[in-house]
Structures are given as structure tokens and as C-alpha cells.
Design a protein around this ligand. Sequence first.
Ligand code: ADP
Length: 550
Amino acid sequence: MQGLMQTKALLISTLLEHAATHHADVEIVSHVDMSTCVRSTWGTVSSRAQRLANALQGLGVAPGARVATLAWNTHRHLELYYAVSGMGAVLHTVNPRLFPEQIAYILNHAADEVVCFDLGFAPLVAQVASQLTSAKAFIALCPRDRMPALDLPAPLICYEDLIDGGAERFDWPALDENTASSLCYTSGTTGNPKGVLYSHRSTVLHCWTACATDGLGLSAQDSVLLAVPMFHVNAWGIPYAAAMCGAKLVLPGPDLGGERLFQLMRDERCTFSLGVPTVWLGFFQYAEKLDPEARAALRLERVVVGGSAAPRAIIEKFEHLFGAYVIQAWGMTETSPLATIGNLLPRHEGIALDQRFGVQARQGRAIFGVEIAVFDSEGRRLPAGDRTPGELKVRGPWVVSAYYGQQPGTELDAEGWFATGDVALIDADGYVQITDRSKDVIKSGGEWISSIDIENLAVGHPKVKEAAVIGAYHSKWQERPLLIVVPNEGVQVTGEEILAFLQDRIARWWMPDEVVFVDELPHTATGKLLKTRLREQFRTHRLPTDTAAG
Ligand code: ADP
């Protein structure tokens, strides 16, 4: 027997309609560049997205067509999110920090017909335009008086002209909820980037997780500083979830420096923010120097940290300097990205702060909608509480089934699991601890050493700005950990000091064999440590402990 409830489709356009009906006056604050701040509302986003959809239709953008963006977090990017997906086309957010050759590859692979870009990316567009095989139009995200002079192989259109020329009302089509809505490529640190194609249904379901109390707890009470870029897995779903709950959005544009983030949090009374660890390292470089009175001006309550492991030092600083709770979240482009979220359980009520930080330093528990499990090298599922790390697999309605261009299900095993490539363990309370990417694991004498654990501890040293650990060749042990450190500006620090700091905090056989100092570490386009480059750099490095090496 079938249920007798309505089967209204889960569509991105319904999120915007809801926000425009019930939260029309809630502000969207957009810092387009260093000197231009545009204040609008969910009501305005809705009316401009409708005009934009009409104008894009006029340009010939048909259902299913891909529209690319090379853009920071601004109101215009938000309008594109809703207009493009809402009309049944596919929004392809491109990470502008990728190499130009990768950008050209991605735009051609996705067969993007329209390329929208912020003015700061005009030189990049000029550089790749001649290599593009499907672009029929370029849209500069600016008003008429700021239009760049570019020589492009297809028409260059002004975004604000499009909005001005678009008819006022657009009836969002009643799409099948499984229609593709947006496309995001993985960073491609190994091989070419791969496209993850989200649907309206996966996107709307994912929103509920962001708004659930034991998810990210986003609500109409929040003013959100979106410090994770909108080209990074749909800014972790927040541009959609904020419409679902009617949260205020503060979009910082290109400047993610510590001072600017602090000012925005203070001036826009932000309660909630999200970003990768490197953004917060920069934030504290600034915020730590302020006097307590200046810091007291923030009313920050929760900060989501993800994309890489949240070092305990970040968790502690948010608590001690601002009384803000760090929610660590783990996920990937392939999981939309929210998959595990670090909230507390009743059994943590009243525990010492130090212990609580330990819980927060893990990657959180599964949320409804994403099943997680760890498997050993023979493919046997390990029980929660098992201390042996294994490969983390996931499945659920907002987890990828195949990459763009493949047959559905291509990436899944017989039980429907997607293998994440992360090595993890799940503790007895269900908290996941990511110990490494499988390709970054250090194999020392048949045992595994977690580079993430050592990195996080090293960053806790007051003189350390950033740290990376890689396996360096050792003739007896196969690999031993090499700790590569960027010291804080203007301080003197020795390898002995850092090793002494780690001494009682990690197992003896995990202790790095050597500490080397560098001015900076290489990062991927999404701010992760680029370990392939480091391994290459230190490929012939000889550890002082390797006395047998020739
Ligand atoms: P993106 O950062 O764009 O999602 P990827 O999808 O390539 O890029 O990155 C996903 C990977 O990032 C995960 O597989 C995991 O290795 C790492 N990651 C994400 N969040 C965390 C976290 N909280 N702790 C540790 N690693 C994380």
C-alpha cells in the first residue's frame, strides 16, 4: 500500500521561495572587493535571481546546460547559485586557485557554455579563453562602468545589464528532483580533477543536516560569516541552508585575511562562521594580538572547521579567546560535503574542558543520511571501538555514485559503499578519527604512523605557525616521520625544542626522526597541505637516524 502524502519535489528554487516569503528582510551583506559593500536581502536575491534566469534563458541557456563561475563569495555569486540551478541548468563552480591548464581542462570537460567571472579573474579568463571549446558567452560580474576591456573569442556581457534587462517574474520549473543542479570538481592532487554532479534532491536533503541541532545547528538566529569559498563544495551547503532557515549571510569577497574576518564578525554581529584550518591560523595571527576588550566585541558562538583536520590549538583558542565552540566536520566533495559532525553527547555533560577539546579534535559522528564504516585491508568491516585504523567508506543520498561522465554506480562497491581514500578509526562512542589520507600514511617497520596527529600537536607549540609530517626513506624502517615546520614570524626555535614538546604527547616510536624548518609549505587549491610536492622535495633527503644508508 502506498502512502497518501504529497510528493512535492525537493527543489533548490523552493528554498529561495521560502526565504523570500518568510525571511524577505534578512540581510545578505556582500563585500564585492576591498572597497565595495552591497547590502541586500533574501527578498532581493529572489527578485534578482528571477531577472537573471529570464536573461540567461534569453541568452540561450537551456535546461541541463552548464554555467561556470570563477567567483568569490558575493551576492552575485549567490544569485547565480539560485538562478542557474532553479531554471534547470547546472551551476559549475570552478576553483580559481587551480592552475590555468587545470581550469581550461575542467571548463572543457564540463562543456561549460557560459563563463561568469569576478573582475579579479579577468586576466585568468583572458589567459584560458582561447583554449575553451564550448564557451558561447562570458559574463563579467560587475556594473557597466566597471566592465573590463578583454579580447575574448565569444561575446562579453555585463552582469548588471543582464539583470536590468531581465523580465521581473520567472516561474521556476517543476523539475524532477533528481535533476542535476550543480557541479564541483575535486582538487585533483593526483591525476585530473573529477566532477561531482549534485542533484536538487541531494542538495535539499543535505540542507536539513546543516540546520539540524545535532548537525551544524544553523538557524534564523544566526548571522553567518561565510569564510569557506562558494567554489569549495558549494561552500559546504550553507548558501542553500541559510535560505532554508532564514539566516543572515555575510559574504567576504576576496579578502579572507585575519583582520578583515575579525572586522566583519564584529560589525555584522556574526554568531556563526565556517572555514578551513589555514583561514583560522591567519585569523588568530591577528586576533591574538588584540587586547581582550577588542576581542570582547565579538558575539561568535560556533565555528565550523573542516576540509583538513582541525588542530587542537584552533579549538582551544576559539574557546579561550571568544567562548566559541568549534564544530569539527569531516567530508569531501564527493559527500556534498557534510558527512560526520562533531557535537557532544549527554555523557559529555560537565566533563573537563581539556577532555572536551579531545572530543572536538575528532572528526565527529555520523549524521542521519550518511552511513559510515571502516574496513581492513581484506575488506572486513571493523567494529566501532576497534583501535586498528582502516579505510573509511560511506554511503547515503548525498554521497557520489559516479563521477561526471561515468555510468551511475561506477564508484560504488557491491554493497553500495563509496571508498573515501581516508584512513580512520571509529571510537566506541561513534566518533571518527581521520588518521591520514591512505596515500599519506607513514609505514614504519610494518606499523602505521598518523601524520595528522603529529601535525596537530606540533601546531600546538607556541612558536609554530604550520607543520607537515611526511614519511622519509629509512633503510631499516622503510619510512620514518620527518617533521617540516614553518615557525611563527620573527621567532627563534630549534628542532630539539619542538621534539621536547612532543615527547610526552605521542608514542615514542611516532617521534619524528628530524625537524626541518621552511619559510612556507605548499598547499592545494582548497588549502590542504600538498604532500605530494613535499614528498617530491624531500625524496632524496637523508635522515640523521639512518646511519646504514649509503
Ligand atoms: P575538498 O576540501 O574540496 O572537499 P576533497 O574532496 O579533495 O577536497 O577533500 C576531502 C578530504 O579532505 C577528505 O577525504 C579528508 O582527507 C580531508 N578532510 C576533510 N575534512 C577533514 C577533517 N575534518 N579532518 C581531517 N581531514 C579532513
